[in-house]
Design a binder for this molecule. Structure first.
Ligand code: NJP
Length: 230
């Protein structure tokens, strides 16, 4: 495809899986993470990006615009699990700044470009990787799920705002995925039956692939071994 997609949090885990899937189908990818020193893929350019910094976001967005970006995948995110009495202000800020403010800053930086594209008769796409816990919580999940409920709210507000300029907005909600999430190791035998980054990448590729008059609002996916019901 001739698509040009910007992906945040793209150096490993789900983000890198999305990059690999998109370049395999012929897209160009502008990929960002704080540390991109050890990652390279044909069809993708990896650039330093800290989604919590407006300055860093502005530089990344400029590169994405120059490449002719038509879609943004807000994937950068961090996990953090503890009972409420252990939440520090520093940890609150780290999680909320990355997962919520990061989504807002990155989107904000590309909305004028998406509006311009609409005026030119072209469709743009926003995909936010939230979580299966963007609508449910559990003991130890206050901070992380607060950030994901909030990121979902931002996603829904953007679906309304984007209506004026034809923006297609999709929330992709993974359950347990085998990545480096929350300081874990990808490939850990305990996570053998969990979702793989490629499974989430398939969902993203699907949302991007539908005909222009279709909007995929939400994709929720779990590994069979995860015991949840909605
Ligand atoms: O995590 P991981 P996942 N600015 O740790 C980058 C959600 N999710 O792939 O910046 C820019 O393997 C980081 O690179 P670096 C989750 O909430 C996951 O699992 O160099 N980038 C790396 O590339 C998140 O939204 C599970 O540290 C930043 C990437 O983000 C998304 O999936 C379940 C950054 C993280 O890779 C991807 O997480 C679920 C910043 N400030 C939702 N901070 C799951 N894994 O089970 C970090 O429900 N990154």
């Amino acid at each position: 495809s001739g698509r040009v997609v910007a992906v945040t949090g793209a150096s490993k885990g789900i983000g890198l899986g999305i990059v690999e899937r998109l370049v395999a189908q012929g897209a160009s990818v502008v990929a960002g993470a704080r540390d991109v020193s050890n990652v390279e893929r044909d069809g993708a350019v990896f650039l330093p990006l800290d989604v919590t910094s407006e300055e860093s976001v502005a530089e990344f967005a400029q590169a994405a615009r120059s490449a002719g970006v038509d879609s943004l995948v807000n994937n950068a995110g961090v996990g953090s699990f503890m009972p409420v009495q252990q939440i520090t202000i520093e940890e609150y800020r780290r999680v909320m700044d990355t997962n919520v403010l990061g989504t807002i800053l990155m989107t904000k930086a590309l909305v004028p470009h998406f509006q311009y594209r609409h005026a030119e008769g072209r469709v743009s796409h926003l995909i936010n990787i939230t979580s299966d816990v963007s609508t449910r919580t559990f003991a130890g999940g206050a901070l992380y799920t607060a950030s994901k409920y909030a990121q979902r709210a931002v996603t829904h507000a953007l679906a309304h705002e984007g209506h004026a300029y034809g923006l297609r907005v999709t929330e992709v909600r993974p359950g347990m995925v085998d990545t480096y999430f929350n300081d874990s190791q990808q490939g850990d035998p305990e996570k053998a039956a969990w979702l793989k980054p490629a499974d989430i990448a398939n969902a993203v590729a699907y949302a991007l692939s539908v005909p222009e008059h279709v909007r995929v609002d939400e994709i929720l996916l779990h590994p069979v071994v995860q015991d949840v019901a909605y």
